[in-house]
Design a protein around this ligand. Sequence first.
Ligand code: SF4
Ligand code: SF4
Length: 355
Amino acid sequence: MAKVNPDFLPELKKYGGVDFSACYNCGNCTAICDLSTPEDSFPRMMVRASVVGLEDKITSSLDPWLCYYCGDCSTHCPRGANPGELMMALRRWLTAKYDWTGLSGLLYKYLPATILAFIATALAVIGLAAAYNFEIEPIMHFGHQFEFFAILAVFMVILVPNLIRMWYFLILKPKRKVSFSTYLKSFGELFVHMFTQKRTLGCDDSKTRWLEHLILVFGYLTLLFTTVILDWFHAENILIIALGYLVSAVVFVVTFLFVRGRASRSNENNKFSQPSDWLFVIWLFLLGFTAFCVRLFVDLNLIETNIWLYLVHMIVLVQWAVLIVPFGKWTHFLYRSFAMYFEKVLQTEKALEKK
Ligand code: SF4
Ligand code: SF4
């Protein structure tokens, strides 16, 4: 028998779920959703499961990740139950559920904890700079090493175990049978979705949101490659320098547009932004912008007398790498890509069973 959690509704509200208990189960939202199919019917089922508190049904479902938050269902809900925002809240809740450290839930639910974590990381960077007597070269050297090892550590210690937990909740716990060869055959789907987010195209009438995301994903990944692998801040090759300027500018221009769109609250999908949504876009903007400025100051021979600029960049980078990437909204990008992969795996397995 399905287990009911009576505290689920108030718990979900802490993750941003608003008004969903007003739902009277009419089904308009599912009928209007372009991404809902007879096999994967949402968001009505998820609204019902949330109201009743069917926690296991939600943890074993891919539906929250299959929604790309166009907001159409919220616009057409006769009860103002805001199913689109509920799906967003469920994604935050699932992110916390997958996270073995429990920090994700803490940071999502308690803003003071987030503020304290951001202050602590800023102080740690300043303390480290003081230990190096505020000398620019060793601090920049440390910064470059940090990028590489932080990515590796976050990936191995936090993200890989969390992905295994996601797999456990979606496939192992509900006893879904999947053969090893199906996992292998469907693997390409993971990268297609990770890099193209092509499912957004089925969700929006306008292609602008998809294009912005696509540019941002490629801009962000190229900036990562340029700074971490090609050591952009110390590079002397003109092509590497130009590439770094280009991609950092792309990142901060596109994220500036995101911040402006979110602030205007003009679309259904940005009316209920949570602190985690704001932190993600603002920190990505700051990352691109401060990286651009640091390299500019290096080229103008101003960085040694303006070490504060590198420290600001370093603080933003550390907060991004140790807070937003492993525990914040960045993880949605990863989990959504894996959700699309698991979706393909389950569909392939179902098709094989029918044969
Ligand atoms: S449209 Fe609104 S009231 Fe109807 S099922 Fe969906 S959430 Fe509930
Ligand atoms: S927000 Fe859009 S994609 Fe998500 S459930 Fe609603 S209509 Fe479907």
